[in-house]
Write a new protein. Structure first.
Ligand code: ZN
Length: 286
């Protein structure tokens, strides 16, 4: 409740508060996650690329449709901020808000990463997550959130009146600009809300403020995705490190993250058709 609340509750407030909950989206109507298919496809993986993301920096990588990619913690607990684009058209990119609405505030194996409108389709599927044991803790926190956006120098400046240039937003901007070979000002508008890989977050029970706690990730832990379309990924190793204390500064120890790209089993993929278009006619009633 706002500390400036001025209105007395009506006589039927309790009754109004007890209206039944309805899950907003009938997600059971989505195509079901085909666990057997993905497990067969990942049974015979051939590594085709590896990228190391330096601490407090970002790097890009490409994942052809039908390949897998894996983000692995190496050396120490480290959170990653992930942007995903259609590699052939960066106007299509990951839509964290809709992913949150369709799945939950945090994602794991079987959840999909959806793209923005007007494409709105599954561009990646999570196929393995070594932190799936964490579940929800007593604070209501979990890992791999699609709640937060990304640490950025603008919010940091508003709050601290200092300029810090290695926030995830800036790291992602520099890496995307480098990949596209354009100035940072041209790349920046394409940087979008992230999947907070390995980050452990929730909402404070009474105030509902977004909180973070030290990531439970250990070196060797990884999260793995199947590329439903040709993907361009950009990953930042957050200056917050394990995001257990501060971010947007150089105070916290930070570690690299490893990205590996794998070719899947050919036989399993023989009948795979790739991500279908959304299907909406796009007329908006006109
Ligand atoms: Zn960050």
């Amino acid at each position: 409740m706002s500390k400036y609340a001025q209105h007395a509750a009506p006589a039927d407030a309790e009754q109004r508060r007890q209206a039944p909950k309805t899950v907003c989206y009938q997600v059971e109507q989505l195509p079901e996650y085909n666990h057997d298919f993905y497990q067969r496809a990942r049974a015979n993986l051939t590594k085709v690329d590896e990228v190391i993301v330096d601490p407090r920096d970002a790097a890009s990588f490409k994942v052809p449709a039908g390949h897998f990619f894996r983000i692995t913690s190496v050396e120490g607990a480290q959170v990653g901020d992930l942007n995903l684009f259609n590699a052939n058209d960066i106007n299509e990119r990951f839509f964290s808000g809709k992913t949150r609405q369709l799945h939950a505030s945090h994602v794991s194996t079987g959840d999909r990463l959806w793209s923005n409108m007007p494409n709105l389709r599954a561009i990646a599927t999570i196929t393995h997550d070594t932190l799936d044991w964490y579940g929800w803790d007593e604070d209501g926190a979990s890992v791999h959130d699609v709640i937060g956006t990304r640490c950025d120098p603008y919010t940091n400046h508003m709050l601290t009146q200092t300029d810090y240039h290695y926030c995830c937003h800036s790291n992602l901007t520099r890496a995307l600009a480098k990949h596209l070979d354009v100035p940072t000002a041209q790349a920046e508008p394409f940087v979008h809300d992230v999947l907070n890989v390995f980050m452990c977050t929730g909402f404070i029970k009474d105030t509902h403020q977004y909180f973070m706690k030290a990531s439970p990730v250990r070196p060797g832990d990884y999260i793995e995705f199947f590329a439903e379309i040709d993907l361009l990924g950009v990953l930042s190793a957050c200056p917050g490190g394990d995001c257990g204390s501060s971010h947007s500064d150089d105070k916290t120890p930070c570690y690299p993250l490893k990205v590996e790209v794998f070719k899947a089993d050919d036989d399993t993929l023989a009948d795979w058709e790739g991500a279908a278009d959304n299907g909406y006619d796009g007329s908006h009633g006109l």
